[in-house]
Design a protein around this ligand. Structure first.
Ligand code: FAD
Length: 487
């Protein structure tokens, strides 16, 4: 059988390996780190366990599918459940809001807290669903860049502009047209951050994202997000995928327009096809430096990055849930700071993820594992050290106010992740969380395709290429690569 080499074992690399294995390829994965998962990894510190990167899990069926195509039962190998609360919201004016999964409860709460009528909310969610259903099969589930009998790139662009998809207004405009209450606008503007963009720039089509949360649900994998990596890695190994850790790939070997294999520090390996799960920018710059790079694509603005404090907290906060948001008072300024001034916001929105709410053994008894994150610009050489210490003080003082406590005294262990360490740990260009950002209305068309049109048998998967970042889209990229290989 033919053999495939995959560079990187991020979620998309793992999924591609499983899919190609299911097609009878001999698959070898080369990973620079000593363990799989890339951004979807785990961190241990003084008796606390943290999910290092992604914390919100939507569309679990895309993970299940990998077990199904491999002839395994998903529910025996990967367990997750639906959350009854999507998120706890704290607004700057003291408003608290619980986003329940149960629709009746959700409507009761939202109408009570924001004095809005139920119809208006349901209408918004319904529109969100329609946008998702219209665009997903076209934009997220296939390669935009291959002409086929009835659809091509131009047709897609025509559809995108013709239909009522809110491509020409910003997400903020769409939300302001729909909701009068600035708190609700802020709540629904936050979905721009799910792909690392600004609600004041990203197109209104992003208002399809709440559909996934409110109509489909948010989920929690038993054991934490790392269980996704863990179970997919176990599946891949069981099916015979070979892994080489501590093996950074240094070159993709190309001859006469054909990918022939890869080179690590010590050795060359031949392959019938090569898939890079490395960020597309360093893939061009480092692995195929002799090939002409698509400069316009590579120069697209990057998505936001993050500053994360992993705190072991020696107390418990029953008012908090798995996902908690503490909104800034001036959302617009927050995004101007991030994307225009390229600095950590003066007054950042704070996100806290606490997996010990679901898995008590992630923290010592009576304690909680706090993953405290603020959105920041990708790294362009800012003075991070200074911004981090200022931000830490601000975050602590705001949380003290919101929760009426003295957090600093409760922190018994601290780890950190910054744009610089995100880049050094996973090779993500500038430490961006989601590859290229979506501030540009044409972002969907500007992402790099899942194949090379210059080098045959070279493919790309992961958050920096089509259809974009985040676990569900990374899983879609693997699916697209596998279907392109088939052709
Ligand atoms: P990555 O995870 O980037 O992994 C790439 C892998 O390739 C790494 O293991 C790296 O070591 C390896 N590699 C790179 N170069 C080489 C080389 N030359 N040789 C060998 N190996 C190499 N998404 C969500 O869905 N929900 C969330 O809540 C969410 N929150 C996030 C929070 C944070 C802090 C971060 C960082 C990300 C978040 N994301 C979230 C985004 C999500 O994590 C990513 O989109 C996704 O995990 C990216 O997967 P990937 O397959 O592109 O590869």
């Amino acid at each position: 059988s033919k053999n495939a080499i995959i560079i990187g074992s991020g979620i998309a690399g793992l999924a591609t390996a499983i899919r190609l294995k299911a097609k009878n390829y001999d698959v070898s994965v080369f990973e620079a780190n000593d363990s799989p998962g890339g951004k979807l990894s785990r961190l241990e510190s003084n008796g606390y366990t943290f999910d290092a990167g992604p914390s919100l899990f939507t569309l679990p069926s895309l993970v299940d599918e990998l077990f199904e195509i491999s002839g395994e039962k998903p529910d025996e190998n990967f367990k997750y459940y639906k959350k009854n609360i999507h998120c706890q919201y704290y607004f700057d004016d003291g408003t608290k809001f619980t986003a329940w999964d149960d629709q009746d409860k959700f409507i009761d709460e939202i109408t009570e807290v924001f004095k809005i009528n139920a119809k208006s909310v349901l209408e918004y969610l319904d529109k969100s669903k329609r946008k998702y259903e219209l665009t997903s099969p076209l934009f997220l589930e296939r390669s935009l860049h291959k002409v086929n009998s009835f659809l091509n790139f131009k047709t897609l662009k025509a559809i995108a502009s013709a239909k009522n998809l809110d491509l020409f207004d910003t997400l903020d405009e769409v939300n302001r047209h729909h909701f009068k209450d600035p708190r609700l606008v802020q709540l629904f503007n936050r979905y721009a951050t799910y792909n690392g963009s600004s609600p004041y720039k990203t197109p209104g089509i992003m208002s399809m994202i709440p559909h996934l949360e409110f109509n489909v649900g948010t989920f929690y994998p038993e054991g934490g997000m790392y269980s996704i990596t863990d179970s997919l890695y176990a599946l891949a190994k069981k099916k015979g995928v070979k892994f080489q850790f501590n093996s950074p790939v240094e070159r993709i070997i190309c001859k006469e327009g054909l990918a022939k294999g890869i080179k690590t520090q010590n050795q060359e390996y031949n392959a019938d096809l090569v898939v890079s799960n490395m960020d597309i920018v360093p893939t061009y710059r480092k692995l195929i430096p002799d090939q002409k790079a698509p400069e316009k694509t590579l120069s697209q603005e990057r998505s936001s990055s993050a500053l994360i404090f992993y705190w072991g907290i020696k107390d418990q906060f029953p008012e908090l849930d798995l996902h908690n948001i503490f909104f800034s008072g001036n959302y617009k300024k927050e995004f101007t700071d991030i994307f225009d001034h390229k600095k950590v916001p003066d007054d950042p929105t704070i996100y806290i993820n606490i997996t010990s709410k679901e898995d008590p053994d992630h923290a010592p008894e009576g304690c909680e594992n706090w993953f405290v994150m603020v959105n920041v610009p990708p790294n362009s050489g800012q003075n991070w050290e200074e911004m981090i210490s200022i931000t830490k003080r601000k975050v602590i003082s705001r949380l003290n106010k919101f929760l009426d406590t003295d957090i600093e005294k409760l922190i018994e262990t601290e780890e950190m992740l910054t744009p610089i360490t995100i880049e050094s740990k996973t090779s993500s260009y500038m430490g961006a969380l989601y590859g290229a950002g979506s501030n540009d209305r044409n972002a969907a068309f500007l992402r790099h395709p899942n194949f090379s049109n210059k080098i045959k048998n070279l493919y790309f998967c992961g958050g920096s290429v089509h259809p974009g970042g985040g676990i569900p889209l990374c899983l879609q990229s693997a699916k697209i690569v596998s279907s392109l290989v088939e052709k």
